[in-house]
Design a protein around this ligand. Structure first.
Ligand SMILES: Cc1cc2nc3c(=O)[nH]c(=O)nc-3n(C[C@H](O)[C@H](O)[C@H](O)COP(=O)(O)OP(=O)(O)OC[C@H]3O[C@@H](n4cnc5c(N)ncnc54)[C@H](O)[C@@H]3O)c2cc1C
Length: 413
């Protein structure tokens, strides 16, 4: 079988990339190990994804937004960062930005469902699901992807979007810097007596980090708790009633009584940054290139941005009659995506380290950082511009030039 591009991994990044290539005339194969049924109706994985204004625009352009139901879209009006037992925190207010809200919240499974539905309608994309990739070979005269079915896909370019633990990246000999934060994150949809008022919280306590992500219903949020793995195991062993009481207590009863309204999903916290995003006739996109710690809520936003950057380069090459695998094209993609992602990746690592370190010096520094941030309007405006500016790669690049220290209190949108 012969294609122009083989995409490995039909997660949000791989699907959006296939969709972005619509109309290019390129023949695409999308290879995924999950069966088709799991892609048509993805299981709820508990993740609620904060979406920036720029990502929302891309999702509208790709047709995904129109496929979401109204009750699947949460409004992220304002955001608040709280430290320790403080009652109030650093508040990022939408009305300072001139926008009606800072962003949106969407379930990851809704994004996947919408993206797959779009891709199913593309005549130029062949979906090969329920298969394992057994080998990937690229050379100056072409590339091949071998499947466990015995099929060999011949292609001009291979694009891997097969998660932060990408087996294809490893098979291609591309190293990645991986940072294990040694913590586990629980994401759990909960109903609560006190309305969320469409305000997201990031609450750095002693021995735990909590986040509250407001969903469509005024009394339902996604609760995100980060703990050391052993403590998380103990918590996850509780029955529903005990877990509800434990969560209400961790929130110091600020939300009143809390009731479980979704599956319990936990994730090890590992940040990944590939040393290279490209090789001969090969590119990495999505988490396979940049796997962010969720605290700054940018994994999918970056995945969307990166695939759009690469797709734009490919459309331009086709239009100019140039090869879609040229090293110049691939390096342009790598340069742009690295510039757009590297500073926030590093700042997020620093932020996550600082805010999960319970030693006294770290506690003092973060309290100070929040107090300074609360008083500095330019600082708040810079952080909010990151969420609300709808300007594409170039603007994002300049936004991140603000410097790492200024990203210290960047919050989950
Ligand atoms: C708790 C949590 C909260 C998050 N919150 C946010 C947020 O608020 N905002 C945000 O922007 N991001 C957020 N993220 C990050 C976001 O979920 C990821 O960045 C995004 O899902 C990555 O998409 P992807 O397509 O690159 O990879 P994945 O979603 O990991 O998909 C990879 C796909 O590849 C397939 N695959 C893997 N290996 C192979 C193989 N060998 N062959 C074939 N197929 C293969 C898998 O089955 C899967 O379908 C969060 C993540 C977590 C864990």
């Amino acid at each position: 079988m012969s294609f122009d591009i083989v995409i490995i991994g039909a997660g949000p990044a791989g699907l959006c990339f296939a969709r972005s290539l619509a109309g290019s005339g390129l023949r695409i194969a999308l290879v995924e190990r999950q069966p088709e049924a799991a892609l048509v109706a993805p299981a709820d994985d508990g993740r609620e994804i904060a979406i920036t204004h720029h990502s929302q625009r891309l999702m509208r352009e790709l047709g995904l937004w129109a496929r979401l139901q109204e009750n699947e879209i949460g409004t992220l009006r304002d955001a608040m960062v709280i430290d320790g037992d403080d009652r109030d925190g650093l508040i990022f207010r939408h009305d300072e930005t001139g926008k009606s809200q800072l962003g949106w919240l969407l379930s990851n499974h809704a994004i996947r469902r919408a993206a797959y539905a779009e891709v199913m309608e593309l005549p130029e994309s062949e979906r090969i699901t329920g298969v394992q990739v057994t080998a990937v070979r690229t050379a100056s005269d072409g590339a091949q992807v071998e499947l466990n079915t015995g099929d060999i896909l011949h292609t001009q370019l291979v694009v891997a979007a097969d998660s932060r633990y990408s087996e294809t990246r490893r098979a291609m000999g591309i190293a990645a810097s991986m940072h294990d934060f040694g913590k586990t994150m629980l994401v759990l949809r909960m109903q609560h007596d006190v309305a969320h008022d469409q305000v997201a919280w990031e609450w750095f306590g002693v021995g735990q980090t909590l986040a509250l992500l407001p969903l469509h219903d005024p009394h339902t949020s996604s609760v995100v708790l980060t703990l050391p793995p052993q403590e998380m195991q103990t918590l996850l062993a509780l029955d529903d009633t005990a877990l509800e009481a434990a969560m209400a207590s961790r929130f110091q009863q600020r939300l009143g009584a809390m009731r479980i309204a979704g599956p319990r999903c936990s994730y090890p916290l590992v940040g990944v940054y590939a040393k290279r995003f490209v090789a001969e006739r090969f590119a990495l996109i999505g988490d396979a290139a940049v796997g962010m710690h969720p605290v700054t809520a940018h994994g999918f936003n970056f995945g969307l941005l990166g695939q759009a950057t690469l797709a734009r380069e490919l459309h331009a090459a086709v239009a100019a009659g140039q090869p879609i695998y040229s090293p110049e094209l691939l390096h342009r993609y790598e340069r742009q995506h690295r510039l757009a992602t590297r500073p926030l990746y590093l700042a997020t690592r620093m932020l996550a380290g600082l805010y999960t370190d319970d030693r006294r010096p770290a506690r003092v520094v973060r309290k100070l950082a929040l107090r300074v941030g609360a008083r500095l309007r330019p600082f708040r405006m810079a952080v909010m511009a990151g969420l609300t500016v709808d300007g594409g790669t170039e603007l994002r690049g300049s936004r991140f030039r603000l410097g790492r220290s200024e990203r210290v209190v960047a919050v989950r949108e």
